[in-house]
Design a binder for this molecule. Structure first.
Ligand code: UDP
Ligand code: MG
Length: 325
C-alpha cells in the first residue's frame, strides 16, 4: 500500500522575510515524518514583493512544492480556498506562512487523524507576541460570534487545522463568497478534535491583517453564520415604535387638555433623531445582507489564478464550478 498523501496549504502574502525559514521548517517536518507522502501547496495571494520569485525558485528544486499564484490580492480566506481546491491529499493541513502555527503540532494532528478524527483544529492556548488590543478583540469576537451563530463555532480557533478528504470535499462544494473557513468546517460537522497549542510570535515581517481587514473578516464571520442581526433590527424597530407610541399619546394629551402644547421642542428633536438613527441602523443591517446576496448572485469565480507551478499537466483537478443562481 502506498503512503497516504498529506497536502500542506500555505497562504503567502508579501512574506519574503519569512518564506525561506518556513520552507526550511516544513522540509524538516516532512523529513521527520517519512510515513507520509507530502505536497506543499503554496498560494501566492498577489504578493507585491519577492515572495512569488522565491516560491518559484524553491518549487524548481523540490518537486513536492506546488505554487498557485493569484492575479491580484484576494485575501487570506480565498488563498486558503484555492489551496484546498488544488490539494490532492488524503488530508489537507492549513498553516500560516509566518510560522506562528508550529509545524511540530502538525505531527500531533496527523496522529489524531490516524485515530479516526476527520478534523483536528488547533486551539490557541496562548498567543505570544500579539498586542493586548488584538488579544482582547479576538477574544471578544469569538464569544460574540458564538453567541450569535446558529452552529457552535469553537472559541479561540484559527484556520490552523487538518481536514480529511471528505471534509475537504464538503468545503470545495460550498460556493459562498464570504468565506469564513473555520465556521464552514464547524458547520460541516464530522468527527472533530480540538488540539491545544501555543501560538508563537511571527518569525519576521508584520501582520498582514490590519484593523480594517480584521473588522471585515469579523463581519463576514457574523453575517455568514447568523441572521440574528436582522432580528435585532426588528426588536430595535419594535422598541422604537413603542416609545414613539407613548410619545404620540403624550403629545395628544398635551394638545387636547392643556394650553402648553407648543412646548416640547426638545422632546420632538430627540424623538426625530432617535427614530432617524434607528431607521438608518436597521436599513444598514438589511443592506449588509442584501449586498451579500448581490455579490453571491453575480456568481463570479472566487479567485483568479495567473500561474500554476509544479502541478502535473493533464492530472489537474477540475476547476471549482461556479453555481449559476
Ligand atoms: N495572508 C494572505 N492574504 C492576505 C493577508 C494574509 O494570504 O491578504 C496570509 C499571510 O501571508 C499569512 C496568513 O495569511 O500566511 C496569516 O496572515 P497574518 O500572519 O498576517 O495574520 P495574523 O497572524 O497577524 O492574524
Ligand atoms: Mg500571523
Amino acid at each position: 500500500m502506498s503512503a497516504k498523501l498529506v497536502s500542506v496549504v500555505v497562504p503567502c502574502y508579501n512574506e519574503e522575510e519569512v518564506i525561506a525559514a518556513t520552507l526550511k521548517e516544513l522540509a524538516g517536518f516532512m523529513k521527520q515524518n517519512p510515513r507520509y507522502d507530502f505536497e506543499v501547496v503554496l498560494v501566492d495571494d498577489g504578493s507585491k514583493d519577492r515572495t512569488l520569485e522565491m516560491l518559484r525558485a524553491a518549487a524548481r528544486k523540490d518537486a513536492r512544492l506546488k505554487v498557485v499564484s493569484f492575479a491580484r490580492n484576494f485575501g487570506h480566506q480565498f488563498a486558503v480556498t484555492a489551496g484546498i481546491d488544488a490539494a490532492a491529499g488524503d488530508a489537507v493541513v492549513l498553516i500560516d506562512a509566518d510560522l506562528q502555527d508550529p509545524p511540530e503540532v502538525v505531527a500531533e494532528m496527523l496522529a489524531k487523524w490516524e485515530e479516526g478524527y476527520d478534523v483536528v483544529y488547533g486551539v490557541r492556548r496562548s498567543r505570544e507576541g500579539e498586542s493586548a488590543f488584538k488579544l482582547a478583540t479576538a477574544r471578544a469576537f469569538y464569544r460574540v460570534l458564538n453567541g450569535l451563530s446558529e452552529v457552535p463555532i469553537p472559541l479561540d480557533v484559527g484556520d490552523f487545522r487538518l481536514m480529511a478528504r471528505p471534509v475537504v470535499e464538503v468545503l470545495a462544494a460550498m460556493p459562498e463568497r464570504h468565506r469564513f473557513i473555520r465556521g464552514m468546517v464547524a458547520w460541516a460537522g464530522f468527527r472533530q478534535y480540538a488540539l491545544p497549542y501555543d501560538r508563537k510570535r511571527r518569525v519576521a515581517g508584520v501582520s498582514k491583517y490590519p484593523l480594517l481587514k480584521m473588522i471585515r473578516f469579523a463581519k463576514d464571520g457574523i453575517l455568514s453564520f447568523s441572521s440574528r442581526p436582522l432580528q435585532v433590527a426588528t426588536s430595535l424597530g419594535s422598541m422604537a415604535s413603542f416609545v414613539a407610541l407613548l410619545g404620540i399619546v403624550y403629545a395628544l394629551v398635551l394638545r387636547i387638555f392643556t394650553s402648553t402644547w407648543v412646548e416640547g421642542w426638545t422632546a420632538l428633536m430627540i424623538a426625530v433623531l432617535f427614530m432617524g438613527g434607528v431607521q438608518l441602523l436597521c436599513l444598514g443591517i438589511i443592506g449588509e445582507y442584501i449586498g451579500r446576496i448581490y455579490e453571491q448572485g453575480k456568481g463570479r469565480p472566487l479567485y483568479v489564478v495567473r500561474e500554476r507551478i509544479g502541478f502535473d499537466a493533464g492530472k489537474e483537478k477540475p476547476r471549482r464550478k461556479v453555481r449559476k443562481t
